[in-house]
Design a protein around this ligand. Structure first.
Ligand code: ASP
Ligand code: MG
Length: 410
């Protein structure tokens, strides 16, 4: 069994879908599970739709845009509009009526999965013209809790249903990334960019031989090419190495993807759907020798400083209190430092989270906030790596270990 994952960029138009078929013909087999995202930027469009529909505003124009985008792709690659696709247009309309005035997170999870449902219904109808291909609803296979928009997988139920449905597979299957359902039959989603994770769930449950993520880059690069001019591709990485890269914010693969693969030593290949002869990056348990430095730049960072009110030290008990609040609010610290009377930490800047921090810590600490900051991380730095940082940076916080360097600056 092998798992392929195609992201939104790879299936954004008719040409992308023709190319997907080519990739499958060349590299797939009768036991390939193909996991696909929503087309192009359709998930963002669906998010817009959620906002309008929940608040009882007029959403017809957005709905129309969504439908005509998909219809244009269909027209490009097929002669008739597949029944299986029309069904999801109807379903999306019904959903939009149903969510008026309802809980926003639940509503999100009923509406947004339509991106994946529509893309896969079109792609499987297209593939069926030339090969045996079955469409499966991932919501019947991936069971989650009710933590809508960031749902957690129930591994026991999921593994059972994936094995039952797919273990004797003798033809290709096309299914959706990013989506599942709870025990009551509500749709759920696994978090933005979650299709990588879906692929990894299928790989784990089926004990697949391999998992391949087809992307518009030639593999895992040591920096975001939109930010740095010169980048290098890694030929090999260990699960550990890439897990650390995602921890620091490298947007190379969804962070939850790695653990299930590492647990069963399933190799992950990230490779280009454009340059099919290029080998990409192979990720496995094999430890890589010292790798080239990896650069991660994060914008829109918020520095929070908590100062004690009573001239006692910022001791472990006080630190514990702050960390508990952050845990409660589901906030990840990107960098932290303490002094005798203060504790400073840097987080992704989200207005409502800052407000909640204020509410919960104001009583015990004097709080100050500074936003619009940048955080750079260099993993496995070398002396010359520092030349890559902006020369005019005004540094607020810095940390250096034997292998990693982080700096927060204006
Ligand atoms: N379509 C979803 C998103 O754009 C999931 C994914 O692409 O991985 O976030
Ligand atoms: Mg995507």
């Amino acid at each position: 069994m092998q798992i392929f994952k195609f992201g939104g960029a790879s299936v954004k138009d008719g040409e992308g879908i023709r190319n997907l078929e080519k990739v499958i013909q060349e590299f797939g087999n009768d036991r390939t599970v193909v996991v696909v995202s929503a087309m192009g930027k359709m998930t963002n469009k669906l998010e817009e739709l959620v906002d309008l529909a929940v608040n009882g505003k007029d959403y017809d124009a957005v709905l129309e845009e969504l439908f005509s985008y998909h219809q244009a792709v269909i027209q490009d690659i097929m002669n008739v509009v597949p029944e299986s696709y029309i069904k999801w247009e109807e379903s999306l309309k019904e959903c939009c009526e149903k969510v008026n005035g309802q809980d926003i997170l639940w509503s999100y999870d009923q509406i947004v999965p339509h991106g994946e449902l529509m893309s896969t219904s079109i792609i499987s109808a297209y593939l069926k013209q030339n090969s045996q291909c079955e469409w499966l609803d991932a919501r019947d296979l991936i069971r989650t809790d009710q933590y809508f928009t960031e749902a957690n997988v129930d591994w026991v139920v999921t593994e059972k249903s994936i094995i039952k449905t797919l273990q004797d597979l003798d033809h290709m299957v096309v299914t959706q990334g990013f989506i599942g359902s709870d025990a009551e039959g509500n749709s759920t989603t696994l978090g933005r960019e979650g299709s990588d994770f879906s692929g990894s769930i299928f790989a784990y449950c089926l004990g697949a031989e391999s998992f391949t993520v087809w992307k518009d880059v030639k593999g895992i690069l040591n920096a975001d090419p939109r930010i740095m001019d010169q980048t290098e591709k890694y030929d090999r990485l260990s699960y550990r190495e890439i897990t650390e890269m995602t921890y620091y914010g490298a947007q190379v693969i969804h962070p939850k993807t790695l653990k299930p693969l590492a647990q069963k030593s399933i190799p992950l290949t990230v490779r280009s759907f454009e340059e099919l002869e290029a080998s990409g990056t192979l990720i496995s348990s094999k430890n890589t020798k010292k790798t080239v430095p990896c650069f991660v730049f994060k914008k829109n960072q918020l520095l929070v400083t908590a100062e004690v009110k009573d001239h006692n030290f910022m001791n472990e008990q006080k630190l514990g209190l702050i960390l508990q609040v952050l845990d409660l609010l589901n906030i990840k610290i990107n960098l932290m430092q303490n002094s005798a009377l203060t504790f400073s930490f840097c987080i992704d800047n989200k207005e409502f989270k800052a407000r909640r921090i204020k509410e919960l810590l104001n009583r015990d600490f004097i709080l100050s906030f500074e936003g619009e900051l940048n955080l750079a991380t260099i993993k496995n730095y070398q002396p010359e790596s520092f030349d890559q940082l902006p020369p005019d940076r005004s540094v607020l916080m810095e940390q250096k270990t034997a292998s990693n360097y982080q700096v927060l600056y204006r």
